[in-house]
Design a protein around this ligand. Structure first.
Ligand code: 1CP
Length: 348
């Protein structure tokens, strides 16, 4: 069974020999070969918008590790860029928006230029041809998370600018979210046409909204994007999402990505009952532990799960630049050598 068959089998709930492997930010700054390519371009945008370079960095982790799926190399903020807002990626790698959107005046400057995103679609088409044995994953940022970056300018965990806008000028924020939602729907449809097997909606900042606001300001837009994907598999990722699990499951996504703050056995059971797939769970910082602790943590976690059929075990957030590549290999090897119980579950 090759990686693509395994990945599609997982998505389609057909028999597989083991869960497929894929990790958020598997291409990126923790790899010296990525840093070498990155140092040869003037800025991060050039990397995202040059299909030859973007696909080269997608391949890098596939050459090092036994991975079953590749994620297109781009950034959620490419949509913000395509909507006419300038983004600077500084030396630290974090994005900064020099002219944040904070009033109706700035809304007038929004204008979606689809052609900006065309090179990313070309990268997906290229990957689809060059990686016949791997799944190909596309992605988009949730309108709420895109707006967090566009309104804050430089993000902090208080999100005080966007929350001020939400309470002071809700109609301005609604218009901004609708604008990003329309662009995201188009982009998702085109990624599917270009060959993406699955789409992830990254709602990295949805967890900051709280239960009373999450549906109205984030989830409903994600639902619209899911509808644009029609029956194609879509995974929703909201950081810190356990409090919203029922609302998220009610939208009937194909799958969800979870971080380490969600209790795994309970979350998995609730997902399995509704035939929703799960991705993620482990804290990336676990990879700073000794090899023995990493192996023991993985095995103990897996031993506590009755059926592994609905779970693609992985890190619950992106690999950070401080992680040693050898620890990723150990993480993947330990998972791949495990004795999985993949019997189909009797769902109710
Ligand atoms: O200079 C550099 O090399 C820039 C570092 C970098 C990289 C490698 C950024 C800036 N983005 C990326 C790639 C990226 N971003 C990918 C493709 C790589 C892969 O997964 O293999 C993906 C899927 C993303 C998605 C992304 N970007 C998210 C959603 C997932 C998450 O991490 O929560 C978010 C929030 C961003 C914003 C962003 N862009 C870059 C950084 C460092 C950040 C995070 C900043 C922050 O809010 O802390």
């Amino acid at each position: 069974m090759n990686g693509r068959e395994r990945f599609l089998g997982f998505l389609n709930r057909t028999p597989i020999d083991r869960p497929p492997m894929w990790i958020m930010r598997q291409a990126g700054r923790y790899l010296p070969e990525y840093r070498a390519v990155r140092s040869g371009v003037t800025d991060f945008h050039q990397l995202c918008y040059t299909p030859e370079l973007a696909s080269e960095v997608v391949m890098q982790p596939l050459q090092r590790f036994n991975l079953d799926a590749a994620i297109v190399f781009a950034d959620i903020l490419n949509v913000v860029d395509a909507c006419g807002t300038e983004i600077v990626f500084g030396q630290s790698g974090g994005p900064c928006i020099t002219k944040p959107i904070r009033s109706s005046r700035e809304l007038d400057n929004l204008c979606f230029k689809k052609e900006t995103l065309a090179p990313i679609l070309q990268t997906i088409s290229k990957l689809r041809i060059e990686l016949p044995n791997h799944g190909v994953i596309g992605f988009v940022g949730s309108p709420w998370t895109l707006a967090c970056y566009a309104v804050e300018g430089q993000i902090t965990k208080e999100l005080s600018q966007i929350k001020t806008l939400l309470y002071k000028e809700p109609l301005v924020l609604k218009q901004l979210l609708e604008h990003y939602c329309e662009a995201a729907c188009w982009f998702v449809e085109e990624q599917i046409h270009a060959g993406a097997d699955c789409i992830i909606i990254f709602d990295s900042w949805g967890g900051a909204l709280g239960c009373d606001l999450f549906n109205e300001w984030s989830l409903q837009y994600q639902q619209t994007i899911m509808q644009a994907a029609k029956s194609h598999p879509v995974f929703l990722f909201t950081r810190n999402s356990y409090a919203y699990l029922d609302s998220i499951l009610a939208t009937k996504p194909n799958g969800i990505c979870i971080d380490w703050t969600c209790p795994l056995p309970e979350t998995l059971k609730r997902c399995q009952n509704q035939d929703v797939l799960l991705h993620g769970h482990f804290d990336p910082k676990l990879l700073h532990a000794s090899d023995e602790v990493i192996q023991q943590t993985i095995r103990q976690t897996l031993d506590h799960i009755e059926s592994h059929r609905h779970w693609l075990p992985s890190l619950g957030h992106g690999i950070t630049p401080d992680i040693e590549p050898n620890k990723i290999k150990l993480f993947l090897d330990t998972l791949q050598q495990y004795h999985w119980n993949l019997a189909p579950l009797m769902t109710i």
